[in-house]
Ligand binder design. Structure first.
Ligand SMILES: O=P(O)(O)OC[C@H]1O[C@](O)(COP(=O)(O)O)[C@@H](O)[C@@H]1O
Ligand SMILES: [Mg+2]
Ligand SMILES: [Mg+2]
Length: 337
């Protein structure tokens, strides 16, 4: 069987380095560290039932969620790979309350990048063999030098240098952007090499798939309820198809390739919704926009939101441009009523 493309992720990263005039290769090495850690995590995910990596570890993370063993394993792998390669001066993770400041071997803090990461996305699906993922977001630090500060992490999403995710599914894919379009790479498990399989991904402008946890329907804002009813109407090219995997990475990935919308709204018990702005919504919003789609909190562009806390949450509406616009219209109309 002939490979679709023989360009590897490593080669692609180096080729794309030329896009950045003053590139020092640091971002390429950073992406290389993420590539390496994703392969190690992929191996554990693939044999999750065989090794002692299933189930809770017995702690709660800063979100008050039961930490899964694979959450902690993935967290250690990504932080370890980034730290050992001295390609970042700071890391913030869903699994760590505070950000980590990283010194290089000569005790300096001279790396210019900070990384925010959701090491294992879709934790509720780990034990039941459903796709899970990893999400990452990269910024250039804004403080001059010395140890990183909180402000280096609390930058609006429109300042991201790069973002991406890995989906550990029937095949394992790494999808990322550096602000010049979105490209997808599939892992050849036999060789342990990512190959370019989805060049220059464009999300369809409109779609017929909606992803939302309808179990919370009664608690949703009126605008979202009205939109869900709109999706279910027998009219024009509706009803749409409801698909909800329960792993943001997987629901987003399907919609990216086929067209569709993912919604995690606010609801009565969670006025800011569930998803975290810095390491879930900002990176997905950057990818969506780079692929021709869009993302908002129902009113404001996600990438223009100004974060004030490391683990803050936001309502999230993301996917095909026309579908996001429709939701925003329903939200606005409901607010004016
Ligand atoms: O079970 P719910 O409330 O629908 O939430 C599912 C959502 O929560 C998440 O699992 C949150 O991410 P984590 O697993 O990284 O905490 C998303 O991946 C997913 O879309
Ligand atoms: Mg997550
Ligand atoms: Mg997670």
């Amino acid at each position: 069987m002939k490979l679709k493309s023989s360009q590897t992720l490593g080669e692609f990263i180096i080729d794309k380095q030329a896009d950045f005039k003053y590139s020092s290769g640091e971002l390429s090495r950073l992406l290389g560290a993420i590539r390496l850690a994703s392969k190690v995590v992929n191996q554990q995910v693939n044999k999750a039932g065989l090794v002692d990596i299933i189930g809770a570890i017995g702690n709660q993370n800063i979100q008050g969620e039961e930490q899964q063993k694979l959450d902690v394993f993935a967290n250690d792998m990504f932080i370890g790979a980034l730290k050992n390669r001295e390609v970042v001066c700071g890391i913030a993770s869903e699994e760590n309350e505070d950000f980590i400041s990283i010194k290089s071997k000569d005790d300096a803090h001279n790396s210019k990048y900070v990384v925010l990461i959701d090491p294992l996305d879709g934790s509720s699906n780990i034990d039941v063999n459903v796709n899970v993922g990893t999400i990452f977001s990269i910024y250039r630090r804004i403080s001059e030098d010395g140890p990183v500060t909180l402000e280096d992490f609390l930058q609006p999403g429109n300042k991201q240098v790069a973002a991406g995710y890995i989906v550990y599914g029937s095949s394992t894919m790494l999808v990322y952007t550096t602000g010049n379009g979105v490209n997808g790479f599939t892992l050849d498990p036999a060789l342990g090499v990512f190959y370019l399989s989805h060049p220059n991904i464009k999300i369809p402008e409109d779609g017929k798939i909606y992803s939302v946890n309808e179990g919370n329907y009664l608690k949703f804002p009126q605008g979202i309820k009205n939109y869900i009813k709109y999706c279910q109407e027998e009219k024009e090219n509706r009803p749409y198809t409801s698909r909800y995997i329960g792993s943001l990475v997987s629901d987003f990935h399907r919609n990216l390739l086929k067209g569709g919308i993912y919604i995690y709204p606010s609801y009565s018990q969670a006025p800011k919704g569930k998803l975290r702005l810095l390491y879930e919504c900002n990176p997905m919003a950057f990818l969506a926009e780079q692929a021709g789609g869009s993302a908002s909190d129902g009113f404001t562009r996600i990438l223009d939101l100004n974060p004030v806390e490391l683990h803050e949450r936001t309502p999230f509406v993301c996917g095909s441009k026309k579908m996001v616009e429709k939701v925003e219209k329903f939200m606005k109309d409901a607010q004016e009523q």
